[in-house]
Unconditional design. Structure first.
Lengths: 342, 342
DNA sequence: CTGTTAGCGCATTCAG
DNA sequence: CTGAATGCGCTAACAG
């Protein structure tokens, strides 16, 4: 293998052609102020020399990196990946790349990631706060420096100057539970996630409100707030819950697809018939509910669209005059998708 | 909101302190050649002014970006995400970030991504080629420029100068099928992915070899090479296959977890009993097989470890003298994980 | 239409 | 121990 070659730069082309660097730069830019014949000469030479512009130099000079920084709490949650797919598709169409960082469900990591991005690597940031994130100073600090920010999914507090993309977790959950109640269910179990997380608080609230509206007594024994932050431990937590449950539930409302599937698994293995004896609802609708037997009724979240919308808002901010930015809060709709588990 | 503020730079600190930029730079670097007292003054001032180094300028100056570019064929395949998690964890420990790009199963996109990375945005590249990738000139070109490359998973052809991380698909598949044969299965269906893809070719070969070794006739009607590149269409393809199958299979060997799950779904819905009447094996073992009822026997791939290993090899290349790089080919072990579906 | 010059922000020689 | 000067590769303002 040959020794690492020095990169070809504008100067090399300029020298070969006996013209100035500026002209080469402009020619490659298709700047109309340069003669077509010169442009062609430059292109041909660049081609034959294997010229490749240096993105870093471009960025330093132009003040733009064309990179969007994305911070998600974890990789092993299909929801976040699907959002990223939405961001990526929209971003690519607008000539941006995405740099994904996981905060590993830790506020510290979230802050570190943000600081790394603040160093000028990205033009803007899309962030889903962790459950630990109670203070938003780190986000405000970024905004104050003029870096556009869009938040999505788990927003405990609206941040001045940032855009927000979310769903109405409260209402979505309320609708799901109400559906079960109207089916005549009384002992409706609730399986949520870590209660520090705003989305889970809201989904819990929806459950409580629906139960109250129909005067169904709330029973603590039917309620589980999972604390696992990793797929690995969710299973045991849910198995345990059902093993020790003192009342036979006739329905289970869960706050993620995985909780729903794990519930179904545990119930089926314990000999329950779904949906005859117990109904199950999941939250998210990221594809697996459809493959299960019985297929799982879900609150469908417009996950991919959330990502697209987030990217759209961010890129809008890029193009704004950097004057007072009016914070936008976009609420996307959910839908109850009926399948065999109810 | 205040107008976008100009970033603080070294020069600002230097002026305030009446010292040179160079000294500020060195102080922040903790260069021992600068007096401790000066260093402290600089740190304090930097802190109070909210100084944040400019990563782009640093990169241009140092020639290092500390970013690893990762190109995967698609987002909606948990396998790739899990590999990314492995890469990310290893990379982060070594002070690298990862920039993930999806090639959307298209050779064109793969090449475009590579070219984008070639522009100096990343220090090295980890890539899983698409099924369309038959030519490797684009990869060789990157390597020739001295950019370290590691390939993983779907490697049709070893590329001189790149490292490779893979599993023995052939053997893994052979073992799975052999296991079914030893259980007395005769009508073993095979469901693979798009046959242009090397991994699927190898897994198919493993199937054929096992069948031949035990003198079991191969029946075309029991073989399906899925052509879907999106989760969306896989379901219909598999349903269709089983609907029209002329022979009742007593086992199904599949080449991804999703194919396995979809097969189980279709079979269960058609009234088959698993595993009494038909056994099913999946490939990957990315978590869902365990949640299904019945739980799915799988060829377990060391997915996370593949990512870690790839990152390790890449970072090793960074630290090498850029002389002749000896291509390394790492084959990781798979394992047959027995569950209820067999 | 093209060239000259001055940055972009930082690291790093080389002097002193 | 510190400062001045140069360069990383490219863009853009200003001349001509």
């Amino acid at each position: 293998m040959p020794v690492k070659k020095r990169r070809i730069k504008l100067e090399d082309i300029a020298r070969k052609l006996n013209i100035s660097i500026a002209t080469v730069s402009r020619a490659l830019d298709k700047n109309p102020r340069v003669k077509i014949s010169t442009r062609e000469k430059v292109f041909k030479m660049a081609q034959s020399m294997g010229y490749m512009p240096n993105q870093i130099a471009k960025s330093l000079s132009s003040g733009k990196t064309n990179i969007i920084g994305v911070i998600i709490p974890r990789y092993d949650e299909p929801f976040f990946i699907e959002v990223c797919r939405g961001i990526d598709d929209y971003a690519r169409e607008h000539n941006y790349k995405i740099l994904i960082s996981s905060s590993r469900n830790s506020f510290e990591f979230e802050r570190d990631n943000l600081i790394a991005f603040e160093r000028g690597l990205v033009d803007g940031i899309i962030l889903s706060p962790t459950h630990e994130t109670e203070m938003f100073a780190h986000i405000r600090s970024v905004i104050k420096k003029g870096i556009p920010v869009v938040l999505f999914d788990n927003i405990r507090e609206e941040v001045q100057g940032a855009d927000h993309v979310l769903i109405d977790d409260d209402k979505a959950s309320f609708n799901g539970v109400e559906f079960l109640i109207k089916k005549g269910k009384k002992n409706i179990a609730f399986i949520g996630g870590i209660i520090e997380k705003k989305v889970f608080q809201d989904r819990y609230k929806g459950y409580l409100d629906a139960m109250k509206k129909y005067n169904i007594p709330i029973r603590e024994e039917l309620i589980l707030h999972c604390e696992s932050l990793d797929r690995e431990f969710e299973d045991a937590e849910i198995q345990n819950f059902f093993k020790n449950i003192p009342i036979k539930p006739d329905a289970v409302f869960t706050c993620t697809d995985n909780y729903g599937l794990l519930s179904m698994k545990t119930l089926l293995k314990s000999g329950y018939k779904i949906p005859e004896e117990v109904s199950v609802i999941g939250f998210g609708d990221l594809g697996l509910g459809e493959v299960y037997v019985p297929s799982m009724t879900c609150i469908a979240q417009p996950t991919y669209a959330m990502g697209q919308k987030a990217a759209e808002l961010l890129i809008e901010q890029f193009n704004e005059q950097n004057e007072t930015h009016l914070k936008k809060v976009i609420k996307l709709n959910t839908e109850l998708v009926l399948r065999d588990s109810t």
